[in-house]
Design a protein around this ligand. Structure first.
Ligand SMILES: [Zn+2]
Ligand SMILES: [Zn+2]
Length: 201
């Protein structure tokens, strides 16, 4: 396959700020894999996989950023037209259950051993839980639990609402929500309108 045919990279796949040389086991002693005391941690959000084997907490209500990614990699890996990711510092996340029952897949390294950046899923039900980059975790808010009616749940998840669409150039459908849209990476590609037409700036 020619390079041009490869899926466009997502931020989690291209973060090369520093090379991490953790051994296979070291990661278990670092956030978000270190189990924190729930009361002391002061969780604002709780997420879990579909089968319930894995539970994690998030300490901050507001993520650093949140985005919809329409890249081909996210489409294929999620079996969905696009991915919704909320970005948190690793220190603000803690797996409190099932951290030994996770499986990893690094698209960059084509490896199932722990190697950043990596996709993290439950080993039993394979719910996608996050993309772990070298500096941050991209959490999938679908797995965050909130109570109430559908309308109440949507309202409660407002703090996790995306600020933009990235890789809108490879979208499967138009999303007329008025949010900023980028052909590729945020702030590093062409701006597009809701229908995918270039916006002249
Ligand atoms: Zn993507
Ligand atoms: Zn599970």
């Amino acid at each position: 396959m020619a390079d041009a045919d490869l899926p466009l990279p997502c931020p989690a796949f291209t973060n090369t700020v520093h090379e991490d040389t953790l051994s296979d086991e070291d990661y278990k002693h670092r956030p978000p894999y270190v189990m924190k005391n729930e009361a002391e941690f002061g969780a604002k959000w709780r997420g879990k996989c579909v089968c319930g084997k894995v539970t994690y907490l998030l300490k901050q209500e507001k993520p650093l950023n949140a985005k919809y990614c329409h890249c081909h990699g996210c489409q294929a890996l999620h079996g969905a037209p696009f991915q919704w990711a909320a970005i948190f510092h690793k220190e603000d996340m803690s797996f409190i259950k099932g951290s030994s029952g996770l499986v990893f897949y690094s698209s960059t390294h084509r490896s199932q051993t722990y190697n950043l950046p990596t996709k993290v899923t439950c080993e039993d039900c394979h719910t996608p839980l996050m993309d772990e980059g070298r500096n941050a975790c991209l959490v999938f808010p679908e797995s965050i639990e909130v109570e109430g009616s559908d309308e109440e749940q949507r309202r409660k998840k407002e703090p996790l609402k995306p600020t933009c669409h990235i890789f809108y150039g490879s979208r499967m459908l138009d999303i007329p929500d008025g949010l900023p849209k980028w052909k590729g990476m945020e702030n590093a590609s062409e701006r597009l309108d809701d229908q995918g037409n270039p916006i002249s700036t």
